[in-house]
Design a protein around this ligand. Sequence first.
Ligand code: MG
Length: 376
Amino acid sequence: MKLSLRGLRFPFGQTRGRRYPEPPHPYRNEFQRDRDRVVHARAFRRLEDKTQVFSAGLSDHFRNRLTHTIEVSQISRTVATVLDLDEQLTEALALAHDIGHPPFAHAGEEELDRRMRQFGERFDHNLHALRIVESFEQRYARFPGLNLTFEVREGIVKHSRDLDPGENPDLDDYLPGLRPPLEAQLIDLADEIAYNTADLDDGFAAGLFSVESVAASVPSFSVILETVSNQFPGASERVHFLEALRRLIDLLVSGLIEGTFAAASEARLRDVEDVRRFPGRLACFTPEARATDTALKDFLRRNVYASEGILEERERSTAMLSGLFEFLLRHPDRLPSPYREQAGEGPVHRVVCDYIAGMTDGFLKRTFQRTVAEPE
Ligand code: MG
């Protein structure tokens, strides 16, 4: 495929740089260094024990947030490479995209947000990720956080939505009103492809639906399935499903590549500054891929996210998170250092929120057992 958007690639020599200037590395460019810093961060390693959708324990094969992150990275790098964009910037952003995620998937995020609203504040995992890379990670002698380049921090802030002028004075450095570079715009849709297709895979493995029911709800899946069944008439339902799934991923990824190429070509932009000033995001699906994505989402909402097992798990984990939040709010002396000291200086709810948001599912469960369920 010749779909180059080379002129719109972020020129890495034009990075706005790091908060604390550092000498260049002899053979890694700035975005390669950012990627490596993310991979070496503790918050990145904790993704291994954070639920994506299906909690571990029922099967050894479900995604967790770390394997999901690897899938997003692989998809977005493919797209960036075909479009001739900066693969290293894309990879750094993909690997960082979920490091601010709290335990227990979306249920955990919603519950933390609900608790923070009671204090007139919010919890947002993208902003939490920014605080992780700006200050919570402590591993370098010369600066707090990971000292990432501006473009990676901007991509974290604008992962799923743009920033309006005046929206948040703390984020005024991050070019409110302007779009992020294409490399950053891709991540949100690569994320969507990765989780929709993975949730379909895991949901099928969990026995939540049949292959036919997917075909009945997602038109392009039914076309793919028919081709696969004709090609491999003797294969099992499971093999038909898996063959169809990989072709579905391919359809969506190709749709993202072609849609973005068409939108960027039609807009007749010259460089990344034009991308920034363009009124909307240019990364997008073709109409066919968009329709498939929407139908898939709708199918997953009805058959996976609203399934009994997921809802029960959600209730259990929400109750645990909420119970621990309440307990620590009332007993800030039970926070470990340095959170305990911070709670003495600032609002306790913010400190408790930061502490819980950083937890893995396993650590939250153990902490809950130790403190709330069976206090000494
Ligand atoms: Mg994600």
